[in-house]
Design a protein around this ligand. Sequence first.
Ligand code: HEC
Ligand code: HEC
Ligand code: HEC
Ligand code: HEC
Length: 139
Amino acid sequence: MNKKSIIIATVFAFALSLTAFVGVGISSDGPEDITLKTAEGKKPSIFPHKAHQKMEGMECATCHHGKDADGKQAPYSGDSKDTQKCVSCHNKDDMANLKLNTFKLAGHAQCKECHKAKKAAGNKNAPTKCTGCHPKKKQ
Ligand code: HEC
Ligand code: HEC
Ligand code: HEC
Ligand code: HEC
């Protein structure tokens, strides 16, 4: 191969690898650990994302979902549009339901409710106290 064809082949291989990763809209597993916070950032919460993904009986669809044309919740499709940030739908402009229209409300409804159910079922490791998810700030 001459120099020019090597360059063309390299560029082609690179482009191909890009389409393999991002071209088809398959979502990645996302970050391993996430600090969740609102724009105000008053009470950041710690969220071990990967650890949750690996828990027994836990699926992406347990937490992620979409929205249909009528604004109702749609089941997780596996597409990256359904793993958008919660606030892209749970905000005051896009959600009529006053019980779910902030990150705090959606987060508490999902995280706390599951932890409470797990605790009731005997799991002591799912925190239900404020500081379990919102660690105290260092003095
Ligand atoms: C226990 C709940 C839970 C489970 C299970 C879960 N996720 Fe997440 N995931 C979250 C939360 C919460 C966020 C952060 C959303 C935010 O920042 O608003 C997140 C963020 C993400 C992000 C990054 C989104 C972004 O734009 O920042 C991706 C990608 C993602 N998850 C994919 C997955 C996939 C794929 C699975 C299944 C293998 C999965 N998640 C399982 C709760 C979960
Ligand atoms: C693509 C838009 C969209 C995204 C992104 C989204 N939601 Fe939702 N979610 C909805 C809609 C629509 C409903 C139904 C609201 C209603 O019933 O009034 C809903 C309902 C809920 C509910 C109540 C029903 C249930 O399943 O328990 C919770 C809790 C919830 N979402 C939490 C979250 C969390 C946490 C995230 C981020 C990991 C998230 N949502 C991301 C659109 C979305
Ligand atoms: C469907 C159930 C479910 C949901 C939803 C869920 N969790 Fe959990 N979480 C668990 C369970 C079960 C454990 C305990 C795992 C174990 O046995 O070690 C846990 C543990 C934790 C821990 C403690 C981890 C540690 O190492 O001690 C934190 C922090 C946590 N969850 C935060 C969150 C946050 C924040 C959310 C919402 C974004 C969330 N969880 C959503 C089930 C859930
Ligand atoms: C199971 C996890 C979990 C527990 C337990 C929990 N929260 Fe939260 N909380 C969240 C998540 C997730 C959010 C949304 C992301 C963020 O701002 O941290 C949130 C948001 C908030 C916010 C909004 C912060 C802002 O910047 O607007 C406040 C206030 C709050 N929580 C107070 C509390 C209090 C008080 C308790 C105890 C009674 C508590 N939370 C228990 C997960 C939890």
